[in-house]
Ligand binder design. Structure first.
Ligand code: GLA
Length: 495
């Protein structure tokens, strides 16, 4: 006999089958929706859970309307991303929650029934056949500027961008070459009735902001994704590529970072070129010069096809963090990609962390030196409104920047390694060489450079780029004293 306890779902024979949505309003006015598309058959619950960019298939369930658990997962690149929910039916509401960690309190959502199909993952648009998108003529040297993500993440807003533009225009960075003020993820609002992307409350008027930044003699960048959602779960450009490119052009945008994110739910890595080609075409058709920055974490050998979609730079790695470990794992791992860098087309080992506080100033000098030898984009990622003079001196070291911006556009390479010590050399236009002697070890080291082995002609005039001093090398060896985690960097004349 069925024992019916009032308020128990069993009394109405209700089940969980249906499409349920819970909305969470962010402080910027946008909503983050979670959809539970469930099918209950006896003791089994199947279906999908969508949290903006995440689309999970239910793999296991226990219980029913009176109390259930769901385990769902999706492949996120090579990572299996798993979520667990627990909940119950309460009247006509689905009360459902997750825990950040197994011992953390439940974060509860209340979901209501919505029509079938609402929130369903969009159907993919088959990618077009490949063709070459002509080079846009931009970024003849690696782009320089600032990007909001490393320091501000979702806290970036109009005031931050104006404040940073003011700082760059007045603290010497603009004169040192930092031009692009780039807004990363979380500026996006919803689309209007015609499908036009709008900003959220944090950015009341993008055209006015762009005029402000241009008024300072700087350029402005923005961010989107070829998928339906960005990595932070905001509106992406999927299905609106041409329209968004026109909007960016109308706002006066000069730079677009286009981040794969949720496109992974619709397209394979093999299809990336075709997907990035679409925005390359759209930017071209929009008729404004816009630097095109591909961000897909270095998958699918992007350096081989980035120029074909009119990409000016492409990320070669996952996200950098403000730590010695993260910075060096990325930076010292770029050697094999050197052949793919050239004027207009750059490998991008991610933005600078200089000044964000997780590394020492010596380590930040190493970061800046390595990125310059790598011909990497120099996008500062710190709060430039309150930068210290010593950090500013690192970011604006003109002699190091001249290496990064060398017109030859050749990326440097590792030429020697022994234990924790490495020497990297970049061949410069006109024949000079930039030499970085790096000490990745935790104590200071004397590193002896054998010039003949490294094919550096002696005797030679040199310049120590951090000490700002001339050095004269007489050969055949030179021993550099390199601080722990430090670098000695020279420019050496070869004529
Ligand atoms: C990805 C990118 C980051 C940043 C965030 C924003 O993780 O790799 O650089 O743009 O998305 O959500």
């Amino acid at each position: 006999m069925l024992i019916c306890i009032m308020a128990s779902a069993a009394c109405w024979g209700a089940d969980l089958t249906g499409n349920w949505a819970a909305a969470d309003t962010r402080s910027d006015g946008t909503t983050l929706k979670t959809y539970f598309d469930l099918k209950q058959e006896g003791a089994s619950i199947t279906g999908h859970i969508r949290v903006s960019q995440f689309y999970y298939a239910i793999r296991e369930s226990t219980g029913g309307p009176d109390g259930f658990t769901l385990t769902a997962g999706m492949m996120d690149g090579r990572t299996d991303r798993v979520v667990k929910y627990e909940g119950k039916l309460v009247g006509d509401e689905l009360h459902v929650g997750t825990r950040r960690r197994p011992d953390a309190p439940l974060t509860e959502l209340v979901a209501h029934r919505v029509p079938a199909g609402e929130g369903a993952y969009p159907k993919r648009v088959p990618p077009a056949a490949l063709h070459k998108v002509p080079y846009n003529g931009l970024a003849k040297t690696p782009p320089m500027g600032w990007n909001s993500w490393n320091k501000f993440a979702s806290r970036v807003d109009d005031a931050v961008v104006r404040g940073v533009a003011d700082a760059v225009a007045s603290n010497g960075m603009k004169e040192a070459g930092y031009l692009y003020i780039n807004i990363d993820d979380t500026w996006e609002g919803e689309r209007d009735g015609k499908g036009n992307i709008q900003t959220n409350k944090k950015f009341p008027d993008m055209k006015a902001l762009s005029d402000y930044v241009h008024g300072k003699g700087l350029k402005i960048g923005i961010y989107s994704s070829p998928g339906p959602n960005t990595c932070a779960g905001y509106e992406g450009s999927f299905g609106h590529e041409e329209q968004d490119a026109r909007t960016y052009a109308a706002w006066g945008i000069d730079y677009l970072k286009y981040d794969w994110c949720s496109a992974r739910n619709l397209y394979t890595d093999e299809e990336m070129q075709a997907v990035y080609q679409r925005m390359g075409d759209a930017l071209r058709a929009a008729g404004r010069p816009i630097v095109y920055s591909l961000c897909q974490y270095g998958r699918a050998d992007v350096w081989k096809w980035g120029p074909e979609v009119s990409g000016n730079l492409w990320r070669t790695t996952g996200d950098i963090r403000d730590s010695w470990d993260s910075m060096t794992k990325i930076g010292f791992n770029q050697n094999d990609l050197a052949p793919w860098a050239a004027p207009g087309h750059w490998n991008d080992p991610d933005m600078l962390e200089v000044g964000n506080g997780g590394m020492s100033e010596i380590e930040y000098q190493t970061h800046m030196s390595l990125w310059s030898i790598l011909a990497a984009p120099l996008l500062a990622g710190n709060d430039l409104r309150s930068v210290s003079s010593s950090i500013l001196a690192i970011l604006t070291n003109r002699e190091v920047i001249a290496i990064d911006q060398d017109a030859g556009g050749k990326q440097g390479k590792r030429v020697w390694k022994s234990g924790d010590q490495e020497i990297w050399i970049r061949d410069l236009a006109g024949g000079d060489k930039a030499v970085g002697v790096f000490n990745r070890g935790a104590s200071a080291a004397g590193v002896t450079v054998e010039w003949t082995d490294l094919q550096v002609k002696m005797p030679a005039r040199g310049r120590d780029l951090w000490a700002h001093k001339d050095v004269s090398f007489t050969g055949p060896q030179y021993t550099a004293d390199v601080a722990a985690h430090g670098v000695v960097m020279w420019r050496i004349a070869q004529r």
